[in-house]
Design a protein around this ligand. Structure first.
Ligand SMILES: O[C@H]1[C@H](O)[C@@H](O)[C@H](O)[C@@H](O)[C@H]1O
Ligand SMILES: [Fe+2]
Ligand SMILES: [Fe+2]
Length: 308
């Protein structure tokens, strides 16, 4: 079933402001009605500052080195094939949220809390500004569940194969990608089939036909789609491309998008504000909000046990 939703009226000025600020690479100070965007992250730096001297800087850079060297076209093909079968485990969406209590993301300069905190912070921030878009609250809650691939009881993949920003493989790596220099050691970077602007793709082919580096986005997209979630196409798009910062923040790779991608990107840019700027040390009381999110899971996921 395909469901589509009207874009809520943001007001032209707000939309325009958001667009220009995004193009400049910063959306700070765009405040919705309820969620207040902080100026700095919990370590006192700007969000997504990969050069700022902080306790996380070196670990994050090492993470991206491994990620950029190992994410090749071949590697992604193998992972999609292996994990796309969804024959590893059966559990409910909420059980998966709870597993994320044990998972910390080493690629993130802005957050060192267990991932379940981030899920609830994102969802609750969206809920403040878009009370009527309950599907978007649910996406806040589930967008990072693919990080369960890090969990020891699940498969324990290395961080470089699960988290961090994503990017297309099979064509040239855009310079706007974080720590771009490490792609020099990626085998595809010297392969003439894959190192040109279009590589394996063509103008306007649609992101659906583009292979993205393997990680929690693509995996959770497969989980939601294959388990027949009743979600609109924008929801699946957000899950699948929320880490594709070189597209949604820097505007690279637009030549691969089709018309549907252009529409869905509007929603992704809204979502990103909450995903990024809600990261903080302020904890949400799980027991208070749990019944609400259980009701959303019930509404949008017909199958109670999900295949992972
Ligand atoms: O480090 C973060 C983190 O892994 C997020 O989950 C991902 O969506 C971001 O793109 C990335 O920068
Ligand atoms: Fe993510
Ligand atoms: Fe996230």
């Amino acid at each position: 079933m395909t469901i589509s939703y009207e874009m809520p009226a943001l007001g032209y000025e707000v939309e325009k402001k958001m667009q220009t600020q995004n193009e400049k690479g910063s959306v700070a100070n765009l405040s919705g009605s309820g969620f207040l965007m902080p100026d700095t992250n919990s370590f006192g730096h700007n969000f997504r500052d990969y050069d700022a001297e902080s306790a996380r800087r070196e670990g994050v850079e090492n993470f991206y080195r491994a990620n950029h060297i190992n994410q090749t076209y071949d590697f992604v093909n193998k992972m999609r094939e292996a994990y796309g079968k969804l024959n590893r485990m059966e559990m409910s969406i909420w059980e998966c949220c709870e597993l994320l209590n044990d998972v910390v993301d080493e690629s993130d300069p802005d957050l060192d809390e267990p991932q379940i905190e981030h899920l609830l912070q994102t969802a609750e921030a969206i809920r403040k500004d878009y009370p009527d878009q309950d599907w978007l609250h649910l996406i806040g809650l589930i967008h990072d569940l693919g990080k369960v691939l890090l969990h020891p009881t699940f498969g324990g993949l290395p961080q470089w194969a699960v988290v961090g920003d994503t990017f297309p493989v099979g064509c040239a790596f855009d310079e706007s990608i974080v720590h771009h220099k490490y792609f020099k050691e990626n085998l595809d970077d010297s392969n003439p089939l894959y190192n040109t602007k279009y590589g394996a793709y063509s103008e306007g082919c649609g992101l659906n036909n583009v292979m993205m580096s393997w990680g929690h986005d693509d995996y959770m997209y497969l989980v939601a789609k294959e388990n027949n979630a009743n979600l609109p196409s924008a929801a699946l798009f957000i899950i699948r491309y929320h880490s594709f910062y070189s597209l949604h923040r820097s505007g690279a790779y637009r030549h691969l998008m089709n018309d549907e991608d252009v529409e869905n990107l509007k929603w992704l840019r809204i979502f990103n504000k909450y995903d990024l700027y809600s990261k903080s040390k302020v904890r949400i009381d799980i027991e208070i909000v749990k019944p609400y999110y259980l009701s959303l899971i019930d509404k949008y996921f017909p199958a109670k046990k999900i295949k992972w």
